[in-house]
Write a protein of this length. Structure first.
Lengths: 502, 483, 688, 171, 105
């Protein structure tokens, strides 16, 4: 079989091969298991790079398409339909990139039931990549729901003391949203007799009032996943209780599935409703930005703080997407990547200190920079990235988003972007507060004096992220180039709809 | 009446006849080797399967319309026979463990199966009634199989009294329908209703009382209250069989009567079935939450699933949707059968000889002790919740499709919201298995394991590739009466 | 000859990117090798990198002689999204080169100084390992500053803008485990950053507005647009410039965002000299000068700029009078002087502003470094006597000094030069630069002029007070009595800066107007201000009177150990106000104790920015913010939002319990349920 | 006509009273006897409704065999008296109210049905005779008839299974 | 006999309801069972009445045949049911259904 023909399938299902290998390995040979998992995910990453190499960045439509009939259900053809375009290519790469890093980060953190942990982790990767690559809504939904299961186990088995509560809450919240989406998907399938996203977009012609309902149904799923204010309450629990690698993937990739969903489905499928709802979505996004930032500051637990910061950051993403102009959407997509990198890194960082001290209360730390200079320096960079310091990745995304939202016709008022920009101030407050609580001040606790700086393995997990933090911050052009044409196409579609609305 | 007529009821004849023969054979089989009886029963089932398959695709009426052979009946018969195979495999070790192994178990099981087979191809209300009784009476006895254990007694008594009570409604309903249409043949009823020679009110309340009777069989709210008690008290292998078989049998009759014989009255029964479906889903799922005994929990779960399947009825009231609604119901029945049998299989593996090991807490630590078994159980729970990529999701998807197609969006909403609620208690089983520590004692027995493996594989396989099953359902030309 | 050709051809322009690259190279070298190769290496690498950058700046200067219109050197495309296209590009013109020269020049000197100063400092503070880190941050700062000044668009400027803020944060908190309660320095750093971010918010919004109107953030294109359409869009431009002003007030420590600068003195002295006196804080002035075309159009904003500057100048000067911390006096002085510059650019006197900016860099850097020298001298004394180890000693408190003139001769002289330059005595640099501002203000805006003149008077007074308290009289502590002079690595840069402070006025001598002509290539509508004898005379006179006053109070009868400040007697409560920075801290406490009052007050006065700003930080960022976010987190989020989620769960399980009760176990009940269903079904069919 | 009516109402009255007495009687034996009475009156009605064969079956099988079995079991188990209601307080009133509602609904519907309103046509005595029933039973209704036989067999097996267990336990 | 069949039907309805009430208010399993027999019996009456109205059409015999089957079913139910009751009585010494209520909740 020609490898290039089915490259997307390979990217998606390579981890399954790893799972199969893992199944037949003895469960007490932990290092062997870990190596197998890491290598598998590395191979998946390598394959995704092959995908990137084949990606034609001047082409706005789907590429490397694989389209096979899967099964037919009551006249509805359901397809195995994978494809990648500018909207998803970076997210796929982010997923395959973060997975090996997360697995490496668990090397010494997960000592129990290693085999199952790795299996679930690789399965999770399958689900996530599948979500980003599916072009058939039904297939998308399968992957979408499927990601719930391994994540549920990751939180529930290897999580913190309240893991069960958090896991169930995570599962129920996300499922609550997605079942509404399921109904909308069904409605689409019945009405248009197709689940193929490109076909549905091409067909168009969903009447306005119906668009409203469908938009809301899809939005319910995505908004919970993002999570948008006020649907965010599962997030702190899930994050705090999840094991480090779980948090990394949760923040790094899973949340992006929500924003990606808006991008892939809500905007092109229901353009008129998107235009109508843009101000409201922007409002919620802005509330989320401010609210998340305000709440983050009051936290005592580092992970809580980072979790709430995600609410704030993803508010930016949503704001950008619903600016419905190239600037906002491209910024939004890039910001998804940025958030994946910087928040992923932050969770890794929290995990490292937790592994050493078994506490995440910020009051238990202070002055760590003295004993852990490398750790401190890397944390500083990540912190700065997260608060959007120009020259680092976060800024590029945030700026594009804010600029896009500021001039957005759909949102209609620059006030939203103005308030969101104030969120930048608040980001500085809570991020610096965190940094201060952990690293600055006197080193006055005896337990902290003997803490060892991070080791080579841990540095190796962080450095790739930091490299991208700088790269995107200083030279994001290659990234924007990948996104650009597809976004332009989407915006053109939205503009056509905008003419129709007015 | 010719030899073709006999071919039409051949599966029934094989199973019932084989049961009767076995009854005699069993006398010669020593008490400690009843496995032979089980094996022989299996042979009979296989022969019946062959019989069903051999006449697959044939559509005809036999015995003056008493018997209908069509895709619907063949498909369901295959399902019943498959369920029967698994039920025998599940019972074998369990009966020994509980020290209630008797040859009659398998014989009664075959008789009950024969009732189900008859139900699938019933073309007359008289046959429906007899089939209901034929499938129920052996079940009453099977539920009492562990007598003098108190739970078994209580289960059997409740099941029997309420079953007979419901039969009263069924018979009276049939009588009224007969009075209204002048016939009990389903085809005759269609004709009578079409020619407006009916008394609508009689027809309505007659069908209403039939609904009560069959609603009892499938455990629809508010006729469901026996379910948890009976499921809990009956020997688990019986529960497993009856939770799938009896329910599928009831639905076979419901679908046959309401969709193919009474479409003319759809306006009337549509809202009613809709409410029953909604109530059943809600009640079953909500009540399941507070259960601590896994058998009761699964009992409520089976009530809830009856609610889901019930949705096919109101959906089928829209004529264009009817074929798909029936197919969806059939698909869901398969889904439910595979998943539920699997789940009960795990319960069987967990149950100790003295009948303990049945609380959900007893599953603590199963994930560590028996990862494969726990994984299978997790798969079943997820499938019952309706999470992809399991067959349970496909089933729900198909059903919701029909419901939405019939424009019953609010009903679909109830469906999804209640399946969300169901996630809560299904997940709890997973939580207990994986996230709590414990030292569960588990049986590991080849036959039982193979059923669990088989169902788990089916749960997963049809979740990924439902196309095979769907194709099969599509191929069976449905309900010739519908045309 | 070859050199001349290269200069003529503008070949040196090509080296411009190096001005950013060199400091970065320096810091990378130090990151990798700094700790291993020792202090000398780290210091030399860092200083060398900056010195080389200075050379590059000179090359640019030379190249500009031949091509005064300047060039833009593109490096790479940065952000290119939709209609937004922002390159990394370096703009070399007379304005940016002025800043490059000043910044790299002063930086070089301060770097060299820091080699010596930090050698001592890391030992006083007890962590020699942090030496290299200091220079890494210092190099980073220079790089960021270069990005800021060499930017060819607003966004790139913003990169430097926030970058220098970051360095400021890092360096203020350099001794992050020191300060009040061990966390004071870190908190000061955070305060600086956050306050700056408020300004940056303004900058961001301004950029959005400009982009919205112009469709570009390139200086050239923006200014071109302003030329073409400016008059038709005064509204937008006014709003945009207002937000730019907010940005400038943050970075340049003007009202209402000045409060971070005094706290920033927590950083090591070279930091105060370089960042918080000479370079970074002038970024706001530079930015407004750079945006001159916008402010030309938006006259009302420009006016506001002038008033903000003037009021700040006077307000900060009053506080400076009442301070005892040697660096704090200089800090408030810096705020005050920045106010002068701000006022200058506000009234359109861009050259005067830039002139004062450069001159101020010289003498204020000199003053800070000298102050550092004094502090370290006193610390030496303190360490020398040994016995004072146990008791707390504040080496920066002027009340602990006195009579240092004889013990630290070089320092004394350079300090004196710096002080007189700041006081504005001819012929020192400060005289010319300040006088130009005053002359312009006298012409343009009398109110501003009066405020500035009053500020100038106070300036001379508090500098006189400082000199007299520090260097004259008798030592008021053992440490001061044993203070020692510092090594040449510190004093030589001081002397160099002193020379600049003396001769810096030559840059734009009245009648010659070198700087005016030079900047005229970049800033349009600059005019050479005529030397106003009356104004100059008056200011000199005032300065002398002020110094005389200070001599009367502090010189004639020198203070003894434990003596109160003589001014306290004269000014009474006013002095108390000055000393306490007009009760900013007290207000803060008040608000902590009664947050409710603070919040309602905030709501009532939210419109009234001017009254509000004084304790804006303390209420909004302090208690209100903390309490507010805590409330959101613990009360609202957990109870209300989470409650809804869990509430649904509770309702469901409650319902489940109820249904359980129905399941009585009585078979007859179940039959009854069947009957209920049956009756309902029949009723439906009969009556439905 | 009127005689028929009188006859009918008389029988109806007896059967209803017997039914009420059956459910109201505290003794199971009396209940059984009242039920037999009820069956007999109903059998009479069958006769009057031209269902001779069924009437006979009713008397022999139902009133005869089945009820005797009942009585036999009652005797076997002892005839302890039982108070009506008990257990659950709201069960009885609710049951009676709902039961009457059911009766009312049925009566409401059945009295109003127009097809079966009015007098019936006269019939030959052939109708409903054992011969006529037997003919259809073994032609059209062969399948149900055979099923019935299986059913009875199953019931027999069931009864044996349920009680034989008892014996094994006893030994 | 020549009376409106509606009367007979009504009688059957009343008997049915009485049977239902009997099931619901009695605690003696045997009496409950007898009440169920009453329900079946009333259904039979209805069937016969209907059959009478359809007579002499061939379809009318369906009613008779059905009654025949119902009686057969009733007989088999009785066999199983009474066996069950006997079995329970043996272990519980009671046939009060309210005492058979340990499974609940």
């Amino acid at each position: 079989m020609n490898l290039s023909f089915s490259i997307l399938s390979w990217v998606t299902f390579t981890p399954v091969l790893g799972v199969l290998v893992l199944l037949f390995l003895p469960k007490d040979r932990r290092n062997l298991l870990r190596w197998v998992a890491v290598l598998t995910s590395m191979v998946a990453f390598g394959l995704s790079l092959v995908m990137l190499a084949q990606f034609d960045q001047t082409n706005a439509s789907l590429q490397m398409v694989e389209r096979l009939p899967w099964f037919q259900l009551a006249g509805m053809q359901i397809e195995y339909f994978l494809g990648v375009d500018g909207l998803s290519v970076l997210l796929v790469l982010l997923t395959t990139f973060l997975t090996p890093i997360s697995i490496i980060s668990t090397w010494s953190a997960v000592e129990e039931r290693v085999k199952e942990f790795l299996i679930f982790f690789l399965l999770l990767e399958v689900g996530m990549v599948g979500v980003f690559l599916s072009q058939d809504i039904f297939l998308f939904y399968i992957f979408w729901e499927f990601t719930l299961v391994p994540m549920y186990f990751l939180i529930g088995i290897w999580g913190g003391p309240r893991r069960v509560y958090a896991a169930i809450k995570f599962f129920l919240y996300t499922m609550a949203g997605s079942i509404l989406m399921l109904l909308a998907i069904l409605w689409l399938g019945i009405t248009f007799e197709s689940f193929s996203v490109p076909d549905l977009i091409a067909q168009g012609g969903i009447p306005g009032s119906v668009q409203t309902w469908l938009f809301l149904a899809f939005a319910a799923a995505f908004a919970i996943k993002v999570p948008m204010w006020p649907l965010h309450s599962w997030l702190p629990d899930a994050h705090v209780e999840a094991p480090t690698a779980g948090s990394v993937i949760l923040a790094g990739v899973l949340l992006k599935m929500g924003t990606y969903g808006f991008l892939r489905f809500n905007l092109p499928l229901f353009p008129e409703a998107s235009i109508r709802f843009a101000p409201w979505m922007a409002l919620l996004a802005v509330i989320g930005i401010i609210y998340g930032a305000a709440v983050a500051y009051a936290q005592k637990d580092v992970k809580m703080l980072v979790a709430y910061s995600s609410v704030s950051h993803l508010g930016f993403v949503v704001l950008g997407l619903f600016a419905l102009n190239p600037l906002g959407i491209q910024g939004g997509i890039l910001q998804m990547i940025n958030h994946g990198l910087s928040t992923g890194a932050l969770f890794l960082i929290v995990g490292m200190i937790y592994e050493r001290r078994h506490t995440r209360e910020m009051d238990d730390f202070g002055g760590l920079w003295k004993v852990m200079p490398i750790y401190g320096a890397l944390t500083l960079i990540v912190t700065l990235s997260s608060m959007g310091l120009p020259g680092l990745n976060g800024f590029v995304g945030e700026f594009s988003i804010l600029l896009g939202a500021f001039g957005s016709e759909a949102i209609g008022s620059p006030i939203y972007a103005g308030i969101a920009a104030a969120g930048v101030i608040m980001a500085a407050i809570y991020m610096l507060y965190m940094f201060q609580k952990l690293f600055l001040g006197p080193l006055d606790k005896d337990e902290n004096k003997v803490v060892k700086d991070i080791n080579l393995r841990e540095i190796l997990t962080l450095v790739p992220l930091v490299v991208f933090i700088f790269w995107i911050g200083l030279y994001p052009k290659p990234f924007f180039n990948l996104i650009g044409p597809s976004v332009d196409k989407l915006v053109a579609l939205l503009q056509a709809a905008s003419v129709a609305v007015h | 009446m010719d030899w073709q007529d006999f071919l039409s009821v051949l599966p029934f004849i094989i199973v019932a006849g084989w049961a009767t023969i076995l009854l005699l054979v069993d006398l010669w089989i020593p008490a400690n080797r009843k496995g032979i009886t089980a094996g022989l029963a299996v042979l009979g089932l296989i022969a019946a399967i062959a019989a069903v398959i051999s006449r697959f695709g044939i559509e005809r009426e036999a015995f003056d319309g008493m018997i209908i052979v069509d895709g619907f009946s063949s498909f369901l018969q295959l399902l019943f026979l498959g369920v029967g195979l698994i039920a025998i495999a599940q019972a074998y070790d369990y009966l020994r463990r509980r020290d209630i192994e008797r040859g009659e178990y398998y014989i009664l099981l075959l008789y009950s199966l024969s009732g189900m087979l008859l139900m699938a191809s019933a073309g007359d209300l008289i046959v429906v009634f007899l089939a209901v009784e034929l499938l129920s009476i052996p079940l009453y006895v099977l539920a009492a199989f562990a007598i003098p254990q108190a739970d078994s007694e209580e289960s059997a008594l409740k099941y029997f009294l309420l079953g007979a009570f419901a039969s009263g409604f069924l018979v009276y309903g049939i009588a009224l329908v007969y009075g209204s249409t002048g016939t009990t043949a389903l085809s005759g009823m269609v004709a009578a209703i079409a020619s407006a020679e009916t008394t609508p009110v009689l027809l309505f309340i007659g069908s209403g009382m039939i609904l009560v009777g069959l609603g009892f069989k499938v455990a629809a709210v508010p006729f469901h209250m026996w379910t948890p008690d009976v499921y809990q008290g009956a020997p688990t292998s019986v529960t497993s069989f009856m939770s799938v078989g009896a329910k599928a049998g009831g639905f076979a009759a419901l679908l046959r009567i309401f969709i193919s014989a009474l479409p003319g009255a759809a306006v009337m029964w549509m809202p009613l079935t809709m409410w029953i479906a909604a109530l059943t889903m809600a009640w079953g799922n909500i009540a399941a939450i507070s259960q601590t005994n896994i058998k009761r929990m699964l009992a409520y779960s089976s009530i809830a699933h009856a609610g889901y399947i019930f949705m096919a009825l109101p959906a089928a009231a829209t004529p264009e949707v009817a074929p798909e609604a029936v197919r969806a119901a059939l698909f869901y029945l398969v889904t439910y059968a595979i998943t539920n049998l699997g789940a009960w299989g795990v319960v069987l593996a967990m149950e100790k000889a003295e009948g303990s090991g049945l609380t959900i807490e007893d599953y603590s630590g199963l994930g560590k002790k028996r990862p494969a078994l726990a994984l299978a159980m997790a798969l079943f729970m997820l499938s019952l919740t309706g999470v992809p990529p399991t067959v349970g999701f496909m089933g729900k998807f198909y059903l919701f499709r029909a419901v939405i197609d019939a424009n019953l969006i609010w009903l679909a909403l109830v469906g999804v919201v209640t399946s969300l609620i169901s996630a809560y208690y299904y997940l709890r089983v997973i939580v207990v298995m994986y996230m709590r520590d414990g030292e569960p004692e588990v049986r590991s027995e080849a036959l039982l394991n193979s059923t669990i493996i088989l169902t788990a594989f089916g749960t997963f396989f049809f979740g990924i590739l439902p196309g095979l099953l769907i194709k099969m359902i599509n191929q069976v030309g449905l309900l010739d009466l519908l045309r | 000859m070859v050199l001349l050709e290269v200069v003529q051809g503008g070949g040196f322009f090509a080296y411009a990117p190096l001005i950013i690259a060199l400091p970065i190279l320096g810091l990378i070298t130090n990151i990798i090798f700094g700790r291993r190769l020792g202090e000398r290496f780290a210091g030399i690498v860092a200083s060398g990198a900056v010195a080389l950058a200075f050379v590059i700046a000179i090359l640019q200067f030379l190249a500009l002689q031949a091509h005064p219109e300047g060039v833009t050197i593109p490096i790479a495309e940065w952000i290119s999204v939709g209609s937004l296209s922002i390159p990394w590009a370096i703009k070399v013109d007379t304005l940016s080169t002025t800043m490059m020269l000043m910044v790299t020049g002063v930086s070089t000197l301060i770097h060299i100084y820091a080699i010596g100063y930090m050698h001592e400092d890391v030992r006083f503070q007890g962590d020699p390992g942090r030496y290299a880190r200091f220079f890494i941050f210092f190099n980073l700062f220079v790089a960021a500053m270069m990005v800021l000044v060499s930017a060819d668009n607003y966004l790139m400027m913003f990169v430097g803008w926030e970058g220098v803020g970051l360095c400021s944060y890092l360096l203020i908190g350099f001794w992050y485990e020191k300060g009040e309660d061990g966390i004071g320095n870190a908190v000061a750093g955070k305060k600086a950053f956050v306050t700056n971010r408020i300004g940056d918010f303004g900058f961001l919004i301004a950029m959005f507005l400009i982009f919205g109107a112009v469709g570009s953030l390139q200086f050239d294109q923006v200014f071109h647009w302003v030329h073409e359409h400016g008059l038709a869009n005064v509204g937008v431009i006014s709003v945009a410039t207002l937000f730019l002003l907010l940005g400038a007030t943050g970075k340049s420590a003007q009202l209402p965002l000045f409060v971070w600068l005094p706290d920033a003195m927590a950083g090591p002295t070279p930091v105060s000299a370089l960042i918080h006196a000479a370079t970074m804080v002038t970024a706001g002035i530079y930015m407004i000068a750079r945006s001159a075309p916008l402010f030309e159009v938006a006259q009302s904003t420009a006016n506001l700029v002038a008033w903000v500057g003037a009021v700040t100048a006077l307000f900060a000067a009053t506080i400076a009078v009442g301070q005892f911390d040697i660096k704090r006096v200089l800090a408030y002085s810096t705020i005050s002087q920045l106010g002068f510059m701000m006022a200058a650019v506000g009234i359109g006197a861009y050259v005067a502003g830039m002139f004062h900016l450069v001159a101020h860099a010289f003498f204020k850097a000199l003053l800070f470094l000298s102050a550092g020298s004094v502090i370290q001298g006193v610390e030496h004394g303190h360490h020398h006597i040994e016995h004072g180890d146990g008791e707390p000693f504040e080496p920066q408190d002027m009340r602990n000094m006195g009579g240092l003139r004889s013990r630290m001769k070089v320092t004394y002289w350079v300090y004196l030069i710096g002080a007189l330059a700041l006081a504005g005595l001819p012929p020192l640099a400060g005289f010319f630069s300040k006088d130009e501002i005053l002359a312009d203000a006298n012409m343009e805006n009398m109110g501003v002029y009066i405020l500035l003149a009053a500020a100038a008077f106070l300036t001379a007074f508090y500098m006189g007070r400082q000199i007299l308290m520090v260097f004259f009289g008798k030592a008021r502590s053992e440490a001061a009595a044993h203070a020692t002079e510092n090594p040449p690595v510190m004093t030589i840069p001081l002397m160099a800066l002193a020379a600049l402070a003396i001769f810096g006025g030559a840059l734009n001598l009245p009648g010659v107007h070198k700087l005016t002509d030079w900047l005229a290539h970049t800033i349009e509508h600059v005019h050479a201000t005529e030397f106003n004898v009356l104004v100059a005379g008056l200011s000199v006179l005032f300065a002398l009177i002020a110094i005389g006053f200070s001599w009367l109070l502090y010189g004639r009868k020198t203070m003894k150990e434990g003596d109160p400040d003589p001014l306290r007697k004269i000014l009474g409560p006013i002095f108390v106000g000055m000393e306490n920075k007009w009760w900013v801290d007290e207000l803060y406490d008040f608000l902590i104790i009664r947050p409710y009052v603070a919040i309602s007050w905030f709501l009532a006065d939210v419109v009234d920015w001017r009254f509000w700003h004084d304790w804006f930080h303390d209420s909004v960022l302090g208690s209100a913010y903390r309490n507010g976010s805590r409330w959101l987190a613990w009360v609202f989020d957990l109870r209300v939002i989470d409650g809804i989620g869990n509430g649904l769960g509770n309702i469901t399980s409650w319902g489940s319990q109820r249904l359980r009760v129905l399941q009585t176990g009585y078979v007859r009940n179940y039959a009854l349920a069947v009957l209920v269903g049956g009756v309902l079904v029949l009723s439906y069919f009969i009556f439905g | 006509m009127t005689i028929d009516l009188v006859l009918f109402f008389g029988l109806a009255l007896i059967s209803v009273v017997a039914a009420i007495a059956m459910i109201a009687s505290r003794s199971a034996v009396y209940s059984a006897l009242f039920l037999v009475l009820n069956f007999l009156t109903v059998a009479t009605l069958y006769l009057l409704l031209n269902a001779a064969f069924i009437a006979v079956v009713q008397i022999t099988v139902y009133a005869g065999a089945i009820m005797v079995l009942f009585l036999f079991v009652i005797m076997l188990l002892g005839t302890e008296r039982e108070s009506i209601g008990g257990g659950i307080r709201w069960q009885m009133p609710l049951a009676i109210v709902l039961g009457l509602a059911l009766a009312g609904e049925l009566a409401y519907v059945l009295l109003r049905t127009d097809i079966v309103q009015g007098p019936m046509a006269d019939l030959s005595t052939e109708f409903g005779s054992p011969a006529s029933i037997g003919r259809v039973l073994f032609s059209e209704y062969l399948v149900p008839f055979e099923v019935t036989s299986i059913l009875l067999l199953v019931a027999m097996i069931g009864a044996i299974v349920i009680t034989r267990k008892q014996r094994r336990e006893g030994k | 006999m020549n009376i409106p069949p509606a009367y007979v039907l009504t009688l059957s309805g009343i008997l049915f309801a009485l049977g239902v009430i009997g099931v619901l208010i009695r605690r003696n399993a045997i009496v409950i069972f007898m009440s169920i027999e009453l329900m079946l019996n009333s259904a039979n009456l209805a069937l016969i009445a209907f059959a009478r109205t359809f007579a002499p059409a061939q379809e009318a015999l369906r009613g008779h045949v059905f009654v025949f089957f119902v009686i057969a079913v009733a007989a088999s139910e009785v066999a199983v049911g009474l066996a069950l009751i006997v079995a329970i009585f043996r272990s519980k010494e009671s046939i009060d259904v309210d005492e058979v209520s340990s499974l609940r909740g």
